[in-house]
Design a protein around this ligand. Structure first.
Ligand code: G1P
Length: 271
């Protein structure tokens, strides 16, 4: 059973400047609700019981958002507004599920994952990248199902335009399982058009095995000088660990870029 999820939130958000210069991009509203709440709701709906947020000192505002009980209580005491009471209860529920750990240096997603090592109890855990919103279908739920069926690690994936491959982790297909699921035999972080093994991109939903921690401990920085989760996955594949790429249903919204962020509110408002 997958009961724990981790969410790296210490990224600097340079693609969303100036919106992210003094504010955490994950708290920016998407159709009136902070982006991170969509991600938490996806976890809850997928049966996740505990979520680890990896933040940095600079992103402490994220913790403040979930630890604002006293403020809510003061407001509610003066004004018994049912909407505020409902929001307060929701925040309390989230707070109970979340544990905060710190990654104070922006050394990459792999480095962020390593910070959660001592808290991961089961053999596998879920990781969600908060820039990637997937609407109309719970992608975490789907990859948990695939994991149960094949006892394998899983990553969400979608086909992208070949001219954009250097924005993504790109994988090479080994064997087709069915229309939407593939065993993969290589993955490379942000390849050039020349290097790319395909146009199949990794999207930010992963079921990862605990073994990834020992790989990450030894891993050298990759492209851009960061420790990438993609490179650790590639090492696991080399050790013959099975990884499935799952082409998810639902609509992908890239909230980490300005264009995608603006588009996401419009798309969600249509739901
Ligand atoms: C990260 C991963 C990349 C993946 C992407 C999905 O990149 O490193 O492999 O394809 O998320 O959004 P980032 O968005 O941090 O540049």
């Amino acid at each position: 059973m997958i009961k724990q999820a981790i969410i790296p939130l210490a990224g600097q958000g340079t693609r969303l400047l100036p919106l992210s210069s003094v504010f955490a991009k994950e708290l920016l509203p998407i159709n009136g609700k902070p982006g991170i709440e969509y991600i938490i709701d996806e976890c809850i709906d997928a049966g996740i019981k505990k979520i680890i947020f990896i933040i940095s000192k600079k992103k402490k505002i994220i913790k403040d958002y979930f630890y604002n009980d006293k403020f809510y209580l003061r407001v509610i005491k003066k004004k018994k507004d049912p909407r505020i009471i409902k929001e307060y209860k929701k925040i309390l529920k989230y707070k109970k599920m979340i544990k905060f750990v710190y990654q104070n240096k922006p050394l990459g997603t792999g480095h962020a994952v390593l910070k959660t090592q001592k808290y991961i109890k089961d053999k596998y855990f879920l990781m969600l990248l908060p820039d990637d919103l997937i609407i109309k279908h719970n992608c975490s739920k789907s990859i948990i199902k695939i994991h149960k069926k094949y006892k394998s690690s899983v990553m969400a994936s979608m086909n992208v335009n070949k001219k954009n491959v250097s924005r993504w982790g790109i994988y090479k297909l080994e064997k087709k399982i069915d229309k939407n699921n593939f065993f993969i035999n290589a993955v490379i972080e942000k390849p050039s058009i020349k290097q790319t093994p395909s146009n199949k991109a990794v999207i930010g939903r992963y079921i990862l095995p605990k073994e990834i921690f020992s790989i990450l401990q030894k891993q050298k920085p990759g492209i851009g000088g960061e420790i990438h989760i993609t490179d650790a996955i590639q090492s696991l594949i080399k050790q013959n660990k099975k990884f499935i790429a799952h082409n998810f249903k639902g609509k992908y919204l890239d909230c980490g870029t300005m264009h995608g962020y603006i588009k996401s509110s419009m798309e969600i408002s249509k739901l």
